[in-house]
Design a protein around this ligand. Structure first.
Ligand code: DGL
Length: 285
């Protein structure tokens, strides 16, 4: 797909940065952006009507990402950060080739940070991310001597999206998923899904403190800072309040986001499927 950018609408530093996830996972990335890039305006997309992405096929994920990218381009974003590992693992290279703005993913920044931190690396991620083997490959590209264990955790995203963070069931599920990694004696753990940092207080109750936790968002946002500076696109004036758009129920998202973030956000509903019409010329299936 060749997405044409009109030169008259070349990005300016005050244009928003788009970030997207299937749901509230992207809020952990938003927190990091607020810390490292406090002057940026953010446009947040949560594709809540179609979550979890982690159970979807690679074709479906690519299709969803194309739709969201197309919609974000129409909103005039200057950069996109994928706040979703599953999308980063399965669609990043493809959409980077299709859309004429910088698009950053989480896998390589996370893999580099983990490879610097330790030798025995555990990855917890969605089934789709684990099946892609993206983290293992990216870590071994950095250093082929590293050892990598990956665990798919299909129950985490539904538990978080259903606001069941404090439930006993969540602790039990977490122990079951993490047990093989503890048994493998990992020294480093990658949060390979942006939802999982929301579970950090749960992990803390049983995960040995010696295991270093890597949140790939920290390194991705660091890379975004560099890229914005290089392109002279970093905002120097205070940004507008974050705008939230979801494909599912805005109230449900606002309620959960308030619990995880603090203030209750204003959330609008959008059908991202409409962004890419089947008849659009040049569209690839
Ligand atoms: N938070 C996303 C990720 O980082 C997607 C989770 C999902 O919807 O399964 O992979």
């Amino acid at each position: 797909m060749a997405y044409q950018r009109d030169f008259a609408s070349a990005p300016v530093s005050t244009a928003p940065i788009g970030i997207f996830d299937s749901g509230v996972g992207g809020l952990t990335v938003l927190r990091e952006i607020d810390r490292q890039l406090p002057h940026e305006s953010i446009l947040y997309v949560g594709d809540t009507a179609r979550l979890p992405y982690g159970d979807r096929s690679p074709d479906e994920i690519l299709q969803f990402v194309r739709e969201i990218m197309t919609w974000m381009m129409a909103q005039g974003v200057k950069m996109v950060m994928m706040a979703c590992n599953t999308s980063s693992a399965l669609a990043l290279e493809q959409v980077q080739a299709e859309f004429p703005i910088p698009i950053l993913g989480l896998i390589h920044p996370g893999a580099r940070a983990a490879a610097q931190a330790g030798q025995r690396i555990g990855v917890i991620a969605t089934p789709a991310t684990v099946a892609s083997d993206a983290y293992r490959q990216a870590i071994l590209e950095v250093d082929a001597t590293k050892q990598v264990w990956q665990v798919g955790c299909p129950k985490f995203v539904p538990l978080i999206e259903q606001n069941r963070l404090q439930h006993l069931e969540t602790v039990e599920v977490a122990k079951t998923y993490l047990q093989p990694l503890i048994a493998a004696n990992i020294d480093t753990l990658i949060y390979g899904c942006t939802h999982y940092p929301h579970l950090a207080p749960v992990f803390k109750t049983f995960l040995p403190a010696t295991i270093q936790r890597i949140d790939p968002a920290q390194s991705m946002v660091k890379a975004a800072v560099k890229e914005l500076e290089l392109l002279d696109l970093k905002s120097t004036v205070p940004g507008r309040p974050t705008q939230f758009f979801v494909s599912g129920c805005p109230d449900q998202f606002a309620h959960l986001a308030a619990r995880l973030l603090g203030p209750t956000p204003m959330v609008e509903q959008v059908n991202f499927e409409l962004a890419v019409q089947p008849s659009q010329p040049g569209r690839r299936g």
